[in-house]
Design a protein around this ligand. Structure first.
Ligand SMILES: Cc1cc2nc3c(=O)[nH]c(=O)nc-3n(C[C@H](O)[C@H](O)[C@H](O)COP(=O)(O)O)c2cc1C
Length: 198
């Protein structure tokens, strides 16, 4: 019998048990090489038919943050402006045009070109998964994250995606978290409350 490797407690803490949603940041920067690394990791997470609909804009310049600022809710403004990086986790409405490359052994593009509902559901489901993979990849390489849905979607799309098929899903601040700005850990549903065994 071969034993599968499993993560030790320190790794589980980095990803889950000790990881938190951060609201403030230290001055420690995030490098473009780290952003490339977390994308490379996240891109390996599974998506249906390998469709990979997520697209990511890593906003890390003052000019980029200024473009984002008018779209942010009041409560998300300061933490976003001070975060080393804010990821616009987006998706491509025409993700299916890449399927001949991503899933070459079937005519997968045709599954979506005739059905806007199937295209939307597939893109949104898988892009959301991929953004989750990216958040966990960031934690895995020692970064902290703060996801946010408190923003004006139309404003983000107008500021970053005018004339393209990309559209925002949610935002994720990245950096090294300032633990003095953490909120208390909220309760989670117990297994018996959220899960059934069938
Ligand atoms: C998709 C998503 C959107 C969120 N939107 C916001 C937001 O707009 N503003 C905010 O302060 N926190 C936001 N949060 C943070 C959640 O409230 C936080 O992740 C949750 O309470 C768990 O906190 P913990 O990871 O520290 O346990 C969001 C989280 C997710 C996953």
């Amino acid at each position: 019998m071969t034993l599968k490797n499993t993560l030790d407690d320190a790794a589980l803490s980095l990803l889950f048990t000790g990881a938190r949603t951060h609201n403030g940041w230290t001055d420690e920067p995030v490098t473009d090489a780290q952003l490339a690394q977390i994308y490379a990791l996240a891109s390996l997470g599974p998506t249906s038919a390998n469709c990979s609909p997520a697209r990511f804009v890593f906003v890390r310049t003052p000019e980029g943050k200024e473009r984002l600022a008018p779209a942010l809710s009041k409560g998300n403004l300061e933490k976003t402006m001070t975060a080393p990086v804010t990821v616009i986790a987006a998706w491509d409405r025409k993700f299916y045009d890449r399927l001949p490359t991503l899933f070459p052994h079937a005519d997968a593009r045709s599954w979506f070109t005739g059905s806007p509902e199937a295209a939307h559901e597939t893109a949104f489901r898988n892009a959301s998964l991929q953004a989750g993979y990216l958040l966990l990849a960031a934690r895995a390489v020692g970064l902290d994250a703060g996801p946010m849905s408190g923003f004006d979607k139309a404003k983000v799309d107008a500021a970053f995606f005018e004339g393209t098929d990309w559209t925002v899903n949610f935002l994720i601040n990245l950096g090294h978290g300032d633990t003095s700005k953490l909120f208390g850990r909220l309760p989670r549903l117990a297994f018996d409350e959220a899960c059934l065994l069938a």
